[in-house]
Design a protein around this ligand. Structure first.
Ligand SMILES: Nc1ncnc2c1ncn2[C@@H]1O[C@H](COP(=O)(O)OP(=O)(O)O)[C@@H](O)[C@H]1O
Ligand SMILES: CC(=O)N[C@@H](CCC(=O)OP(=O)(O)O)C(=O)O
Length: 297
């Protein structure tokens, strides 16, 4: 087939997905190494702009853990994690909020540059993310928040007024104390609260492996029962553990499509949203939803 026909075919392949997701809210969790490379960042933001321009309602929830670690290091402050969560003392909290604020406004700037309206907020704005102090097995890990409530009013107002909300994972407790929140938790809570159709985690690995030492063990479709088995198998470690738990929670709480994608792949969002095969790992309620119908990808 000649090149021009091939391009036309690719565009036509996107048609049912554009229809299916028209006006639907889709949450993109953007974090990890995929954020460090500037040209990759621009590709991700271009994809988000395109989702918006073809009629979807994208919301970005971002991380920036590696940037926080870098800036803490420059200040001579070592980073420590417990079960993937940053131990957050007062100084760490201050640096985390500054760095996430900068990451937030950079993302807004990139979206705006592409002619799409965006507003950057943190969970403090409009009391969007209300938290309580989180501990791990009784261990005090400082100002780390567990989300207990999402007030979606501000997010919905922004969406209704045609803005792409860009959300940083900082929240307040009942005493208006600042807390640092794991960005995967924030994305999952936001997606659930706004009734998102789809939640996509962009990370720095191809997807979920049944065994991370064996690259041929990539799982493309993971049902909830299999995900529970896998979480108990001991083969899910590091940051993938809270991520996969969040995926399971999101599906259980009504988000129809939850995906873990490799943010290092150029235009990974377009490939996932608009092609029949999709990429990465999809976490779904029942396997049958994927059988027979490519549209149910
Ligand atoms: N079974 C597994 N499949 C995939 N990744 C895994 C697995 N077990 C551990 N991991 C690790 O989880 C990491 C992704 O989590 P994390 O670093 O927190 O991502 P992000 O910073 O994008 O939120 C991968 O880079 C990988 O090293
Ligand atoms: C409590 C906690 O761990 N907060 C995270 C918030 C940023 C984040 O989650 O960033 P990534 O998604 O890029 O990892 C942190 O301080 O690193």
């Amino acid at each position: 087939m000649n090149q021009i026909l091939l391009k036309a075919q690719t565009l036509i392949e996107a048609l049912p997905y554009i229809q299916k997701f028209n006006n639907k809210k889709v949450v993109v969790k953007y974090g990890g190494s995929a954020m460090l490379d500037e040209s990759l960042q621009l590709n991700v933001i271009k994809d988000v702009a395109l989702l918006k321009l073809v009629g979807m309602q994208p919301i970005i929830v971002h991380g920036g853990g590696k940037e926080i670690t870098k800036w803490l290091g420059l200040l001579g402050h070592e980073s420590r994690f417990v079960e993937g969560l940053r131990v957050t003392d007062e100084q760490t909290m201050e640096v985390a909020e500054m760095v996430l604020g900068k990451v937030n406004k950079n993302l807004v700037q990139m979206v705006e540059k592409l002619g799409v309206k965006a507003v950057g907020i943190s969970g403090k704005d409009g009391s969007t993310l209300k938290v309580e102090k989180r501990t791990v097995n009784g261990q005090d890990i400082g100002f780390v928040g567990n989300i207990k409530e999402v007030n979606a009013d501000l997010i919905n107002t922004l969406i209704d007024n045609n803005f792409v909300p860009v959300i940083a994972p900082i929240g307040l407790d009942d005493n208006y104390q600042n807390y640092n929140i794991n960005a995967d938790d924030a994305a999952c809570a936001v997606a659930t609260a706004i009734g998102a159709e789809k939640l996509v985690f962009l990370t720095d690995i191809e997807g979920v492996y049944a065994d991370p030492q064996d690259k041929s063990s990539l799982i493309s479709v993971l049902t909830l029962d299999k995900a529970d088995e896998l979480l108990d198998s001991g083969f899910i470690g590091g940051g993938m553990l809270p991520k996969l738990k969040n995926c399971v929670d999101a599906v259980k709480n009504g988000v129809n499509r939850v995906h873990i994608l490799d943010g290092r792949i150029e235009h990974c969002l377009l490939l996932e949203f608009f092609t029949n095969k999709g990429i990465g790992t999809a976490i779904i309620d029942k396997k049958s939803m994927f059988e027979n119908e490519t549209i149910e990808k």
